[in-house]
Write a protein that binds this ligand. Sequence first.
Ligand code: AMP
Ligand code: GLY
Length: 434
Amino acid sequence: MRILVIGSGGREHTLAWKIAQSKLADKVFCAPGNAGISQVAECIDIKTEDIPRLLEFARKEKIDLTVVGPEASLALGIVDEFSKYKLRIFGPNKKAAQLEASKVFAKQLMAKYNVPTADFKIFENLDEAKKYIEKRTTPCVIKADGLAQGKGVIVAKTVDEAMQAVTLILGNKIFGDAGNKVIIEDCLEGKEASILVFTDSKEVIPLASSQDHKRIFDNDQGPNTGGMGAYSPAPVVTNTLFKEILEKIIYRTIDGLAKEGIVYKGVLYAGVMLTKDGPKTLEFNVRFGDPETQAILPRLESDLLEAMLATSEGKLNKLSSLGGLSWMNRACVCVVCASKGYPGSYEKGKQIFGLEEAAKMEDAVVFHAGTKKLTSSGGGEPKIITNGGRVLGVTGLGNTIKEAIDKAYQAVEKIHFEGMHYRRDIGRKAMEGL
Ligand code: AMP
Ligand code: GLY
């Protein structure tokens, strides 16, 4: 089979790496890809949101399955466009992608179908939002409705912070039209976990649990990022809790969508807060998590491509009757190495050293995110240089979480680029049962 993966991050490197291991995969392409992806797939210079060119490529190259990494392409309706030409594609259609693309849509659906989440109100008018904040007595979280590259959520500790957030979003339109509406919701307390499932709307097959580390610095300090590391499984998600999350959050959401006439096919990711009143939904994503994918997929024993085909064809019941997906009874930890300045502004173009040494290590894999191959004009060995904020996802497997942490950090120590920084506490929560 001929597969096209869309995206250029660590998540897409992991997807392409795992798909390339499938007995069904003859050839893997990636658009646009990165330096690491080019080791497992042929990279094509087409941007993730250029749907007409992606479509043209898939038709010309007779692609059997396209796998969409980023949410923006899904929100633009890439699945609907490919489906018009009967091209197989993994991911939800435009209507279903609203679950991530509009937080207002997601919250209203949750309210209608009794999916546990923080109590909330929706505002379009700045003065009304401010009046509401003044009257509140508890901390709140402000969320821009639309896609804001992970920056649209502000956990406001004080009234001033909340006022500033609504002013920036509704007044100054810092997120453009994505901030035409805001949600103001109660602040939840507890431990967080990421629960991802494959679904074809009729059947649900869970992936292994995981946990992200969103803040830039150790001990969850500093600003939010796209994710600085992850581990799988998340021991905090016991079997009983996993079942409760599936029943109260995942099934109710997929059934709710179906009742609204929306068929959800693809991977559904619920960000969950485990509160003292039970699990509550923080957000939905309509795609794989990044860097959760880097910690989840190395543990997958089943054929990823088979599962994706079954999902996109609406045949997950077959996989389900065979017992679902099988997982290694090992832990996996991914440590993200970032450029100096990230998540603020950062420089690109720094040469990365030590990748080959790290690649030789057993039980370690280096997934590339913001990297680029630089071919020298003199004909020497190409260099790998930094090309983004999150540069690498250095991943270790181990029989225990401690072993996986040690392995990941041993591999990190072999790698170096100017300004490289990373958290030193990835996975510690899993060890301490925090
Ligand atoms: P989201 O993009 O909605 O997942 O939000 C990003 C991060 O903000 C989450 O991972 C949480 O750490 C935090 N967050 C979002 N909503 C809430 C909430 N209602 N209460 C507390 N923290 C929240
Ligand atoms: N790691 C968080 C996300 O993928 O949205």
